[in-house]
Ligand binder design. Structure first.
Ligand code: GLP
Length: 270
């Protein structure tokens, strides 16, 4: 596992965006060879989406041959609701870059048969050749996508029940009213994310410090689903300083030391 520690959120977002851009550019995607990218919602990736948009608008990166799969969506929230993950993604990324609408995949939380929708989603990922790079964020309880504590680490895309903690955390988007947060969601599984060639998780802010400690210093545990990243051959955690508050000083120094030898992906973009 690689752990990238950046001084603040802006720098962490730039690092993540440059890394994603570098991966897409190196792949040289084309009509017959699209780059398959997994994407999250939440406040953590917004900075990265702004940076990716800037790269796109500067003509340095195109999404024309990128196929995306989002991690999750609320059940029962109308697609055009401002807090649906569909709306979020078009607002923060898809509506601002040159991605064709047909390349965007987001789970339909209003499908008549939700289980069939989830099975179809897994199928679509498989048919696209699998996800090359899955980008994610985490909840303060260490969940990835909506894989709440106790989710199987081999779980696949399915209907999930949101925990009280998550409903409280997400109520900030629903007039601070927990009752307005949907009870359930559709989410890719931990296994779905782990199947991708690479996983990059953005972790910022002091409220994620405990989860980051579990992700790095504690063992693999279904109560902190992000810890499954320890079993992935190409796992990458991109953090800001604040998120490292609960890590041992030695752990932070170790990862900074290891990364000192690596090139910043920004230098490769120039
Ligand atoms: C929701 C999403 C997760 C996201 C998490 C953290 O639970 N389903 O994918 O990682 O929120 O959100 P934030 O980045 O706003 O802290």
């Amino acid at each position: 596992m690689r752990v990238i520690v950046q001084p603040d959120y802006k720098r962490a977002s730039q690092w993540a965006a440059n890394y994603v851009a570098r991966r897409i550019l190196d792949f040289k995607p084309g009509p017959k060879k699209p780059f398959v990218l997994g994407l999250p919602t939440g406040s953590s990736p917004i900075g990265m989406y702004n940076e990716l948009t800037a790269l796109n608008q500067a003509g340095k990166l195109s999404f024309k041959h990128v196929i995306t799969f989002n991690m999750d969506e609320y059940v029962g929230l109308p697609q055009d609701h401002p807090e649906s993950y569909h709306s979020f993604m078009w607002r923060h990324l898809f509506g601002r870059v040159d991605i064709p609408a047909k390349n965007v995949n987001i789970l339909n939380g209003n499908a008549r048969d939700l289980d069939a929708e989830c099975a179809k989603y897994e199928d679509r990922i498989r048919k696209a050749g699998g996800v090359r790079l899955f980008v994610g964020g985490i909840g303060s309880d260490g969940h990835i996508a909506f894989n709440e504590p106790g989710s199987s680490l081999t779980s696949r895309t399915r209907v999930v029940q949101l925990t009280t903690d998550t409903k409280i955390a997400n109520s900030r988007f629903f007039d601070n009213d927990r009752a307005k947060v949907p009870e359930t969601a559709l989410s890719v599984g931990v296994g779905t994310v782990m199947d991708s060639d690479e996983v990059l998780i953005i972790v910022n802010g002091a409220n994620k410090a405990r989860a980051l400690r579990h992700a790095i210093e504690e063992g693999v545990n279904h109560m902190w689903t992000v810890s499954a990243l320890q079993t992935h051959p190409n796992g990458l955690l991109v953090c800001d300083d604040e998120a490292t508050l609960e890590l041992k000083v030695g752990t932070v120094r170790y990862f900074k030391d290891v990364e000192a030898a690596n090139l910043d992906p920004a230098t490769l973009l120039r």
